[in-house]
Design a protein around this ligand. Structure first.
Ligand code: S3P
Length: 438
């Protein structure tokens, strides 16, 4: 159960970036030798990826900060006796499908109930046209991959734009003859491309096309994973929700394909400052956010977040929707259809949660609109087993009057296991009867 906090002040670190961690572990399994990954995200999703590559024959060791992966390379991988378990992680399932498409193996990949409801043809179709056999279960997981050591290079444009689909194709491109190209209408996160270069692969980007040349031999790399900007987003929003807050988060990834939220918050007038920027293979730095009295434009009407911006900050929509409740004119999101196919239907989940807390919310297939300036009051709300919904509603729970209970708050553990522990003292009262209710 959550209660209103007085304020959040301090310097925080967040877990390692989930997207980079998944990719580094998978590429390590394809490289012959030992890869060290510093700052690997030891959360539920990224542990699923480690479990999968270990089942494929890579030797995985970890301590508190570093994961070490020893592999004999692509040809040393073996098919496990049973299906690989991707848990709740769409990135694990879709990217592994791409990697395994280029291995002469027969492998099934399964996931939990949420993952088993998510669309998989979007990776099966392009991988099939590269020459692998990828069968879905009625378009969903479990999926079955019968790979081929040599694939055909293709040119493909994922629709809707998706970093997971782009990455699956580029990873299959490692085993294809020639140049595999992925065109994107809006630039999605480019961690795969950056990491492929670090593992010695010839790849690049020309205008809106990412490409990789195969067949490629990967050399092990030393990878440093910065803090996850999508986890930091919750602490940044908390600073803007709870009066008097002043929050600094250090060492977070500032890859420009991940920071669209910062631009939107700045346009809303939030007091945000970026410092100590380091332009590494994956850029990182510190961010400081101070509570800002007025959020939103002076004129009437909602602040509009258009479809392309939504695509570029797809994981941050739930927390921005929570923040919308305290803007002057509210926020209207357009092109949100993809959000309905994440770990939960995030449009419906946020609409229900915010409405239960007293907000005025309207939605259609492709839009979500939240009115600003409403006084919210604590209530019992549902996370739908979705980490980002649990945390977005959690941020509101510590900002508003009354008591807020979040059903299945433990869902946060797939990306930010300590989230409820970093909230201000007194704001979180643990539920006596269910560890997953906060
Ligand atoms: C991710 C890509 C995004 C994002 C997900 C992680 C990735 O999904 O929502 O949390 O690591 O590539 P889509 O690419 O399917 O939009």
């Amino acid at each position: 159960m959550l209660r209103r906090a007085s304020r959040l002040v301090g310097t925080f670190r967040v877990p390692g970036d989930k997207s980079i961690s998944h990719r580094a572990a998978m590429l390590a399994a394809f490289a012959s030798g030992v890869t060290r990954i510093e700052g690997y995200a030891l959360n539920g999703d990224c542990l699923s990826t480690l479990g999968c590559i270990a089942a494929l024959g890579a030797a995985v060791e970890r301590d508190e900060t570093t994961v070490t992966i020893a592999s004999g390379g692509r040809d040393s991988l073996v098919a496990p006796a049973g299906p690989l378990d991707a848990g709740n992680s769409g990135t694990t399932m879709r990217l592994l499908a791409g990697l395994l498409a280029g291995c002469d193996l027969d492998v099934s990949i399964a996931g939990d109930e949420s993952l088993s409801g998510r669309p998989m043809r979007r990776v099966a179709n392009p991988l099939t046209s590269m020459g692998a056999v990828v069968e879905t279960t009625g378009g969903h997981a479990p999926i079955h991959v019968r790979g081929k050591a040599r694939l055909n290079a293709i040119s493909y444009q994922p629709d809707p734009p998706s970093a997971q689909v782009k990455s699956a194709i580029l990873l299959a491109g490692l085993s294809a003859e020639g140049v595999t190209r992925v065109r994107e209408r809006v630039p999605t996160r480019d961690h795969t491309e950056r990491l492929l270069s670090a593992f010695g692969v010839e790849c690049g980007r020309e205008d809106d096309v990412a490409w990789v040349r195969g067949p490629a031999t990967l050399v092990p790399a030393d990878v440093t994973v910065p803090g996850d900007v999508s986890s930091a987003a919750f602490l940044m929003a908390l600073a803007l929700l709870v009066e008097g807050s002043d929050v600094s988060i250090t060492g977070i990834g500032l890859n420009p394909t991940r920071t669209r939220l910062f631009d939107v918050l700045a346009e809303l007038g939030a007091d945000i400052e970026l410092t100590d920027f380091v332009d590494a293979a994956e850029p990182f730095g510190d961010v400081r956010v101070r509570y800002t009295e007025r959020l939103g434009p002076l004129g009437g009407g909602p602040f509009v977040v258009g479809a392309d911006i939504v695509a570029e900050m797809i994981d941050e929509v739930p927390i921005l929707a929570a923040l919308a409740t305290r803007t002057t004119g509210g926020i209207r999101f357009e092109g949100v259809g993809e959000l309905r196919r994440k770990e939960s239907d995030r449009v419906a989940a946020m609409e229900e949660g915010l409405s239960l807390l007293g907000a005025t919310v309207r939605s259609s297939d492709e839009t979500l609109e939240i009115d600003g300036g409403r006084l919210l009051l604590g209530a019992r709300v549902r996370s739908f087993g979705d980490h980002r919904i649990a945390m977005a509603l959690g941020c509101l729970g510590v900002a508003i009057e009354g008591e807020t209970t979040i059903e299945d708050a433990g869902a946060a553990g797939v990306s930010f296991p300590d989230f409820f522990d970093v909230l201000p003292e007194g704001a979180v009262v643990w539920s006596a009867h269910a560890g997953s209710e906060r």
